[in-house]
Design a protein around this ligand. Structure first.
Ligand SMILES: CC(C)(COP(=O)(O)OP(=O)(O)OC[C@H]1O[C@@H](n2cnc3c(N)ncnc32)[C@H](O)[C@@H]1OP(=O)(O)O)[C@@H](O)C(=O)NCCC(=O)NCCS
Length: 335
């Protein structure tokens, strides 16, 4: 059974850079508060007034970069898996828009998954299973988000608004001809009892009509988060899932060349690092520049780590995520 290997990776960020001081013009916050609590210095936003873009536009540009990096043409892709919590439309999912914008041939299946910050880990597990089964050969796995059009920039929403940023990243996965290379293990988990701890309640199919001016007036279309509870679970579930992956494969923390934790908050990543007893050189973070880009965060960090030459053939890469749902998981990949 061939495991899925990374054949290429790429990312795309909208050009507009928003600093903490920029946000402090809109709400009661400060560079000091944001950096101290989250480590974030800047994030990228779509320039909505001059160049409006949805998550599928960012995804398309990231996918192009990944295909170029893999030296693969669009007609070789036989499955698209797309993770986002900020799709262009209520339906259909974004994957079909990427298919059409990229010119991936009609008939190729396009699968959307809704696992928020764990989307890339869930998607990797699905892609690996399809590649192992032989059903699909070359899979485009995308994480993309446009948060900036859906944040509450008033004081009421400041806890959430300062954290998130826009961005996209994609990987091309295919069967490895080298048994030493590719996905070694993936685990994924969920606990729906915490679904209300981080969610966007509106619009909802449980309401009729699904959208009203009054609900928008009340700001019910903005995300809500119990930050303390999210923090508490994130710092326990990510190390737990990495340990599960290491135990399942007989590997140890020392074997990890690079850990890329979901870029939720630098303090969370630092605590995960400490709990796994990893050195600084074993962990890659870039949340300082981009904020939390949810489904894009892990592939975006991986894409930059690869560009910086942080991984060589045979290195053990570890990914771990935690997010809304709650959902979480970890992956081990032989690069
Ligand atoms: C959001 C988070 C940074 C808030 O930090 P915290 O230490 O828990 O802060 P609290 O929510 O207790 O708020 C402390 C105070 O800061 C205020 N505050 C909240 N957001 C603020 C902001 N952007 N700027 C300034 N003050 C802010 C609160 O109103 C509160 O004020 P009060 O004491 O007068 O009531 C933190 O909880 C966190 O990072 N949680 C995880 C979030 C996350 O990773 N989400 C994505 C998961 S994938």
């Amino acid at each position: 059974m061939p495991n899925a290997a990374f054949l290429g990776i790429g990312h795309y960020l909208p050009e507009k850079v928003v600093s903490n001081d920029d946000l402090a013009q809109l709400m009661d916050t400060s560079d000091e508060w944001i950096q101290q609590r989250t480590g974030i210095k800047t994030r990228h936003y779509v320039d909505f007034e001059n160049n409006p873009m949805g998550a599928s536009d960012l995804a398309t540009l990231a996918a192009k970069n990944a295909l170029d990096n893999a030296q693969i043409t669009t007609d070789e892709i036989d499955l698209i898996i797309y993770a986002t919590l900020s799709p262009d439309r209520f339906f259909p999912g974004d994957a079909v828009f990427v298919q059409s914008k990229l010119g991936i041939p009609a008939g190729v299946p396009a699968l959307d998954i809704r696992n928020q910050c764990s989307g890339f880990i869930y998607g990797l597990n699905i892609a690996n299973a399809f590649i192992q089964s032989g059903q699909y050969q070359k899979i485009l796995l995308i994480g993309s988000e446009v948060h900036s059009t859906g944040l509450d920039f008033s004081n009421k929403g400041r806890d959430v608004a300062v954290i998130f940023g826009d961005g996209a990243a994609a990987a091309v996965l295919g069967p490895s001809d080298d048994p030493e290379r590719g996905v070694v293990h993936v685990n994924m988990h969920a606990d729906g009892r915490h679904a209300d701890e981080l969610h966007c309640p509106y619009p909802s199919s449980a309401e009729m009509p699904r959208a009203t001016p009054q609900a928008i007036e009340e700001g019910r279309h903005f995300p809500l988060m119990n930050g303390k509870n999210v923090f508490k679970h994130a710092v326990s579930k990510m190390p737990e899932s990495v340990k599960e992956a290491l135990n399942a494969t007989g590997l140890t923390s020392e074997d990890i060349k690079l850990l890329i934790p979901h870029q939720a908050n630098l303090r969370i990543a630092e605590m995960v690092q400490r709990r796994l007893k990893l050195r600084d050189d074993q962990v890659f973070n870039n949340i300082q520049k981009y904020g939390n880009t949810t489904a894009a965060s892990i592939p975006l960090a991986l894409s930059e780590a690869v560009q910086e030459g942080r991984l060589e053939k045979g290195d053990l890469l570890c990914l771990t995520a935690f997010g809304a749902g709650f959902t979480w998981g970890a992956a081990l990949i032989r690069w």
